[in-house]
Design a protein around this ligand. Structure first.
Ligand SMILES: Cc1cc2nc3c(=O)[nH]c(=O)nc-3n(C[C@H](O)[C@H](O)[C@H](O)COP(=O)(O)OP(=O)(O)OC[C@H]3O[C@@H](n4cnc5c(N)ncnc54)[C@H](O)[C@@H]3O)c2cc1C
Length: 563
């Protein structure tokens, strides 16, 4: 890709607000419905329903093996990839491009791709062209400490090592498909900095058809098919096949015409995503996720099929709690550093924090699933001022590197004013504070007292309640006044099957289970305890790295091409 030109920059700036809109795709998606916790769409005792009535969890009760007489078809391949999200498509593509025989089975009739489309990298040629330099030792340590030092540093280290090679490959592939790349701005925060390393690929036929959300997956799948891979839709895997010594040799899937057994001589790759839509899994491994306002991965979300199949085959789960990916995206799309009040009308946290912090702060301080961000007529000016000290997702970012804080604030101002008209449940505006709080689900007198007290702290120049840095203390004085609903949303749970740095699933004894691999959100190790976003978009970034490196390894070329 050429060095950034002014024309590209203007196009990118325009894309900034489009990107924010795209990131709202899941907002408002239903948050409660429980889907089946059993592996895929099977029936009888072969799909996890063995656990029903047993008092045990679905992953704890290994179903009876599906009888050979019930298998209607047997198919041989070298590599079987289960799941057509970012990680699975990257793996299938790279295995096929390097000569392996590949079949990818997908549960749904589309590639789900539970994401929106920014891929994080620790270095790339687009970052080089834009003068973005990331300090790898500092950022890796930040990552590990955000994970409470419970992640696998070998797995994280491999991401840091391979990220540039993999991202540049994706950029090349994107170019082949007519895609350009916009790099978006991170955060200047001293406490929670976010690198400007979020690569949004746009342009070309797949982008026109699927937008940011799925363009990359469809491009990878298309390339995989061109290289000879076969993608089979509506073919959920329900059980792994193991030989006498426990090696995984294939999987049984449930197609429309009965069970199909896929035998894979080189490996079975679980890329089945997370557990967001299984209340049973969430309760046990990520209970905080049950408190969000909405699950943002749509109504075709994952229920932990790969987790259960792996566990039945002897794989170990990483220790709870599993890290949750949460952004305050389930209501309004803008929240800067301004006052938050909860439904009791009270202030409860330092608001000038990162997205995960905003979500968790709302949910753990009083058990609410939303709060209101309150600001005044000067918010556009104040937001611009604040960006010299902070920022990050939904406060600054999703504007192109090279554009200005003023551009970000103008884009947010438009979002807020449009929201008042188009999504009035989330965005409120009034000439007086009394009229504003009357529109909220808060006790008006308490809320007004909270705002008055906050203004006193601003005047004094010190936040003696929560010690928000004083440069973020903007008073709420001049009408019209605004309130944006801050709604914690669950993007995913990125924990599960323990793996090593070759993405081999590990058994209870810590040894690899021959033939079984896990990548993307169904695997554990890359993260633990919490999800770091100092490398913005790193979830997609790790799907790319894990999928590409494993695909190359299964095709037997990794040692020749690795970074
Ligand atoms: C609204 C939203 C926005 C996001 N935006 C970003 C972003 O910009 N950047 C970022 O880094 N991350 C983002 N994420 C996080 C995102 O979840 C991950 O980055 C990524 O999509 C995970 O990829 P995956 O391959 O692990 O799983 P998934 O994308 O969830 O794919 C799993 C696939 O496996 C299939 N499957 C499940 N069970 C079976 C089975 N039994 N048999 C066959 N197939 C099965 C599913 O149908 C699905 O297609 C976002 C998430 C959400 C919800």
């Amino acid at each position: 890709m050429d060095a950034i030109t002014r024309r590209t920059l203007l196009r990118q700036a325009a894309l900034g607000s489009a990107a924010v809109a795209a990131l709202g795709v899941g907002a408002g998606a239903a948050g409660a419905a429980e889907k089946s916790s059993s592996a895929a769409a099977g029936s009888g005792t072969s799909d996890g329903s063995a656990a029903q009535g047993s008092g045990k969890h679905v992953w704890e009760v290994k179903p009876d093996p599906i009888a050979a007489s019930d298998i209607s078809q047997t198919v041989d391949t070298e590599v079987l990839v289960i799941g057509g999200g970012y990680s699975g498509c990257a793996c299938a593509c790279n295995a096929a491009l390097n000569g392996a025989q590949v079949i990818l089975v997908e549960k749904d009739d589309v590639l789900n791709g539970h994401g929106v489309g920014g891929t994080g990298a620790v270095k790339s040629r687009v970052m080089d062209e834009n003068g973005v330099v990331l300090d790898k030792p500092v950022e890796m340590e930040r990552w590990v400490s955000t994970c409470g030092n419970r992640c696998s540093e070998k797995v994280v280290g491999k991401f840091f090592r391979e990220s540039e090679r993999c991202m540049n490959w994706l950029l090349d592939l994107g170019q082949e498909y007519g895609m350009d790349c916009m790099l978006t701005v991170g955060s200047n925060s001293t406490v929670h900095p976010e690198a400007s390393c979020y690569h949004m690929l746009y342009g070309g036929d797949f982008y026109d058809k699927y937008g940011y959300a799925k363009a990359v997956e469809y491009m990878l799948a298309d390339k995989a098919e061109q290289a000879g891979a076969q993608i089979v839709y509506e073919m959920p895997a329900v059980q792994l096949v193991q030989d006498a010594d426990g090696s995984v040799t294939g999987a049984i899937c449930k197609g429309a015409d009965g069970y199909v057994q896929y035998n894979a001589s080189k490996g079975v790759v679980l890329a089945t995503g997370d557990i967001s839509w299984s209340d049973e899994y969430l309760q046990e491994f990520a209970p905080i996720a049950l408190k969000v306002k909405a699950r943002l991965c749509g109504d075709t979300g994952n229920v932990g099929d790969g987790h259960s199949m792996a566990h039945w085959a002897g794989a170990k789960f990483q220790d709870a709690p599993w890290p949750t990916m949460m952004h305050p995206q389930a209501a309004a799309m803008y929240h800067g550093p301004f006052l938050f009040i909860n439904p009791a009308g009270e202030r409860f946290m330092n608001e000038a924090t990162w997205v995960q912090g905003k979500c968790v702060g709302i949910m753990v301080n009083g058990g609410y699933n939303h709060a209101w961000s309150i600001f005044d007529a000067n918010f556009q000016r104040d937001n611009t001022d604040s960006l010299q000290y902070g920022g990050g997702m939904f406060w600054d970012s999703f504007r192109a590197v090279g554009t200005s804080p003023e551009d970000a604030s103008a884009s947010h101002a438009k979002t807020v004013e449009d929201g008042v008209v188009n999504t009035p449940d989330y965005y409120k505006k009034a000439d007086t504070l009394e009229e504003l709080v009357a529109q909220l689900d808060v006790p008006a007198d308490v809320a007004l007292a909270t705002i008055a007290h906050y203004n006193e702290l601003c005047a004094a120049g010190e936040d003696t309640d929560f010690f928000k840095e004083s440069h973020f203390l903007y008073p709420i004085e001049q009408g019209p006044f605004y309130a944006c609903e801050v709604g914690p949303g669950l993007l995913g749970v990125c924990g599960g099957i323990e793996i090593d740095d070759q993405y081999r699933a590990l058994g209870e004894d810590g040894q690899p289970i021959p033939g079984l691999y896990a990548i993307g959100n169904c695997s554990g190790g890359m993260y633990a305890y919490d999800y770091p976003i100092n490398i913005q978009g790193n979830s997609h970034g790790r799907c790319l790295v894990e999928g590409k490196c494993l695909g190359e390894a299964l095709a037997g070329v990794y040692d020749q091409v690795k970074a």
